[in-house]
Design a protein around this ligand. Structure first.
Ligand code: PMP
Length: 338
C-alpha cells in the first residue's frame, strides 16, 4: 500500500512549473515554485512545521500545550493543521476587519479564534497585540511562535525550499525572486541558494510600493501578506541583491493573467512576485533560469482580485495611469494581513 501517515507529511516538495505565456519575448527560462500544493494551501505550512518541531525539541511547547499567535491568514492555517495532527490546541487572535471566510477556515481546522476591534490604539487592552500577549500569559502551557522574530521561520526555508530548488533545477538556477513579508522565505531560501552556488545565484525581493523594504514608510497598499511598516528580525538584510517595488495595479493585473493564461489561480502576492521576476528576466539571456515563488492560492481572493467590480472600484482595470486612486485606497483600505 502506498500512503502517507498524515496530511502533514505532504508539507513541502512542491512542483516547479514553467511560465509560458506571460513570458512572451523573454529568452530566459522562468519557473514558478507553486506553493499552493502544500496541504494548507500555502508556503506557510513549511514554517509551521519547523517552528512547532523546534519548540517541541527545546521544550517551549509541551504535550497538550496551546499555540497562541496573532494571525488570520496562511500562517494560522499551517499552524492549525500541524497542531491538530500533533495534539496541540490553537488560539488565533485577529482584527475584526478579517473576512468571516478566513475565520471560518481556521475554526474548521479546530482552532479557536478571538476577534479584536480594529478601531482601537495598539496600547488599548482590547487591541490585537495586547489580547494575544494576555492570552499567552494567562493560558497554561501557552507558546507563541512569533513568525516575525522566530529564527525557525527562515531556517525552514534554508532546510526545505532552498535545497528543493537547487535539486529541481540541477543547480542551474541563476535568480531567485520572492515577495517579502516576514522575510523568512527570501532570507532562508536565498541564503541557501547563495551558499550552494558559492554566491552565484542572485536574490531579488518583490515588495509592494510603499513598504519599508523598497524604501517606503509603510504607506497602505492592498496586496496581502507582503511588505511591512517595520523591519522584522526574520528578515536578513544581507541576502537580497535587489528589491523591486511593484504597484497594486500591476500585481493584481498579473495575478489575473496567471489564472487566465497559465492556469495558475494564485494570490495577489504571486502576481506581484511575477511582475518583479519578469522585470529581472527581461535583462537576461537564454542560459538564465529565474525561479519565482508563488506563496498561495487565489481561492482566498475571489471576491477581491477576481471580482471585476472590486477591481474597477480601485481603478485597477483601467489601462495606463498607475495608482490613480491612491486616495481611495488609503480611505478604504481592506484587511492587510499575513
Ligand atoms: N505572500 C503571502 C500571501 C503571504 O501570506 C506571505 C507571508 N506573510 C508572503 C507572501 C511572504 O512570505 P514571508 O513572510 O516568508 O516573507
Amino acid at each position: 500500500m502506498r500512503y502517507h501517515d498524515s496530511i502533514i507529511d505532504l508539507v513541502g516538495n512542491t512542483p516547479l512549473v514553467k511560465l509560458n505565456k506571460v513570458t512572451e519575448g523573454i529568452s530566459a527560462t522562468v519557473l514558478a515554485k507553486v506553493e499552493y500544493f502544500n496541504p494548507g494551501g500555502s508556503v506557510k505550512d513549511r514554517i509551521a512545521m519547523k517552528m512547532i518541531e523546534a519548540a517541541e525539541a527545546s521544550g517551549a511547547l509541551k504535550p497538550g500545550g496551546t499555540i497562541v499567535e496573532p494571525t488570520s491568514g496562511n500562517t494560522g492555517v499551517g499552524l492549525a493543521i500541524v497542531a491538530q495532527q500533533k495534539g496541540y490546541k490553537c488560539i488565533f487572535v485577529c482584527p475584526d476587519k478579517v473576512s468571516t471566510d478566513k475565520i471560518n477556515v481556521l475554526r474548521a481546522y479546530g482552532a479557536e479564534v478571538v476577534v479584536c476591534p480594529t478601531a482601537v490604539a495598539p496600547e488599548h487592552p482590547d487591541s490585537y497585540y495586547n489580547v494575544s500577549d494576555r492570552l499567552v500569559r494567562e493560558t497554561p502551557g501557552a507558546w507563541k511562535p512569533d513568525q516575525y522574530s522566530n529564527p525557525n521561520n527562515p531556517a525552514s526555508h534554508y532546510e526545505s525550499t532552498g535545497p528543493e530548488l537547487w535539486e529541481q533545477t540541477e543547480g542551474r538556477i541563476t535568480h531567485f525572486v520572492a515577495g517579502v513579508g516576514t522575510g523568512g522565505t527570501i532570507s532562508g531560501t536565498g541564503r541557501y541558494l547563495k551558499d550552494a552556488s558559492e554566491g552565484r545565484v542572485k536574490v531579488v525581493g518583490a515588495d509592494p510600493e510603499g513598504s519599508v523594504y523598497s524604501g517606503g514608510t509603510g504607506r497602505p497598499y492592498l496586496v496581502e501578506g507582503v511588505g511591512e511598516d517595520f523591519w522584522p528580525t526574520a528578515y536578513d538584510r544581507t541576502v537580497a541583491d535587489e528589491i523591486v517595488p511593484v504597484s497594486d495595479k500591476d500585481s493584481f493585473q498579473m495575478t489575473r493573467r496567471l489564472a487566465k493564461e497559465e492556469g495558475l489561480l494564485v494570490g495577489g502576492s504571486c502576481g506581484m512576485a511575477v511582475v518583479a521576476a519578469l522585470e529581472v528576466a527581461k535583462r537576461l539571456g537564454p542560459d538564465d533560469v529565474v525561479v519565482v515563488l508563488l506563496p498561495d492560492s487565489g481561492r482566498g481572493y475571489l471576491s477581491k482580485i477576481f471580482n471585476d467590480e472590486w477591481m474597477r472600484d480601485y481603478g485597477f482595470l483601467e489601462e495606463g495611469g498607475d495608482e490613480a486612486h491612491v486616495g481611495d485606497v488609503l480611505a478604504r483600505k481592506d484587511a492587510i494581513e499575513h
